[in-house]
Design a protein around this ligand. Structure first.
Ligand SMILES: *[C@@H]1O[C@H](CO)[C@@H](O)[C@H](O)[C@H]1NC(C)=O
Ligand SMILES: *[C@@H]1O[C@H](CO)[C@@H](O)[C@H](O)[C@H]1NC(C)=O
Length: 361
């Protein structure tokens, strides 16, 4: 696993070396967007955020920053995307004399994916050590994609001066769904499809997603969702309270989220900060989150989980993007196909579920 991620890193470096447009830091694009909007908004703008690896681009107005996630083909939480998200959230940290956005909207440039899962090739035992709280206090960049992913979740919750909105119109799985669950609001389009598939792999959603989900949709529903690794669509997610709302067409979704963000952007950031700070009592505490990561390391290093992970990775390599689009049921099929086969056909269909089984785009 370590070897393949190393090979990928080397390949990525080679590709960016060979292809100047791919490797070009997106700073050019960012400053262009920034200039374009700055001219509309006057002097009172915020410095453009960074995107070292080019997986994010930004559209900024005076008080609202729209983050466009673009890590094709599936917005996999690769080391590069994680690093860019992390840098962006550090950029959004408040400081004296520094202006930060009141609202950040996260959305995807890919038609079928909002945010996919953590790159399992980076889940090796040496990456499981969480960064110490001392390290986080000093804001040193955590050392691995895994610890950086944890840090992103913590920053989404602890940055009380900015409201984070997820505008979701695609698949949102695993670590991607954990990050969405830690944003302040979620709005969905017709293509939204959410799942935590970790339990079917013998491990758990550990980046803050499990602990954050229960306050949003309630313990019983969170347990159903997590234990069964099942898919939630836009309408169901709205009924559960996971989405604030959903819209049957993407243009309306875009318009409504934009209008909401602009309205929030008019109002006092101090009041916003205090409101988000007050409601933080609903969020999991740092010790709860840290304890879960420690338990996760034990579960993930266990034989059962390692064997399941190995089989998932092998199936994913064979199945490619179709496998990714089919998550969580492609995972369930790959790992439990034999047991499913022993079930009567009708029951099997019901176990897999109509929504999750579809893989039709
Ligand atoms: C942005 O926020 C500032 C400071 O609160 C405010 O003066 C300004 O009117 C806001 N602009 C817009 C377009 O919301
Ligand atoms: C947000 O509110 C908290 C609690 O009052 C305060 O400690 C913090 O400094 C505030 N942050 C900003 C940027 O106003």
């Amino acid at each position: 696993m370590m070897q393949s991620s190393l090979i990928l890193a080397i390949l990525a470096a080679l590709v960016s070396h060979l292809n100047p447009t791919l490797g070009e830091p997106s700073g050019h694009r960012v400053s262009y967007e920034h200039r374009r909007h700055a001219s509309l908004q006057g002097r009172d703008t915020i410095n453009p955020p960074p995107s070292t690896h080019g997986t994010l681009s930004f559209i900024q107005t005076a008080n609202v920053t729209r983050v466009l996630i673009n890590n094709p083909p599936i917005n996999l939480l690769t080391a590069e995307l994680i690093s860019d998200l992390h840098s962006f959230l550090l950029w959004a940290q408040p400081a004296p004399q520094k202006r930060t956005p009141k609202v950040v909207i996260f959305t995807s440039t890919l038609p079928n994916f909002f945010l996919s899962h953590f790159d399992l090739r980076n889940l090796n035992p040496s990456s499981l050590k969480p960064s110490s709280s001392q390290q986080q206090q000093q804001q040193q960049p955590p050392q691995t994609p895994f610890t950086q992913l944890l840090s992103i979740g913590r920053l989404l919750q602890s940055t009380t001066s900015t409201a984070f909105i997820a505008q979701i119109n695609g698949r949102t799985y695993g670590g991607g769904q954990e990050l969405a669950a830690q944003m302040d609001m979620r709005f969905a389009g017709p293509g939204a499809s959410i799942a935590q598939y970790e339990n079917s792999n013998g491990f758990v959603a550990q980046a803050g997603g499990q602990l954050s989900l229960a306050p949003i949709i309630g313990k019983a529903r969170a347990l159903e969702h997590l234990l069964a690794s099942r898919t939630i669509d836009a309408a169901t997610g709205t009924r559960l309270g996971l989405f604030n709302n959903w819209y049957p067409d993407p243009a309306t979704l875009d318009r409504e989220v934009e209008a909401l963000a602009a309205r929030i952007g008019l109002f006092s950031q101090r009041a916003l900060n205090d409101t988000k700070f007050s409601l933080a009592f609903m969020s999991p505490t740092a010790p709860m989150l840290e304890a879960q990561v420690e338990r996760f390391a034990v579960v993930a290093a266990g034989e059962e989980c390692q064997a399941l992970l190995g089989r998932t990775l092998a199936a994913s390599e064979v199945g490619g993007n179709a496998f990714e689009r089919g998550i969580p049921n492609s995972v369930v099929e790959a790992l439990y196909g034999d047991s499913l086969g022993a079930l009567e056909a009708g029951l099997r269909r019901r176990v897999l579920g109509a929504v999750g089984q579809r893989c039709d785009f």
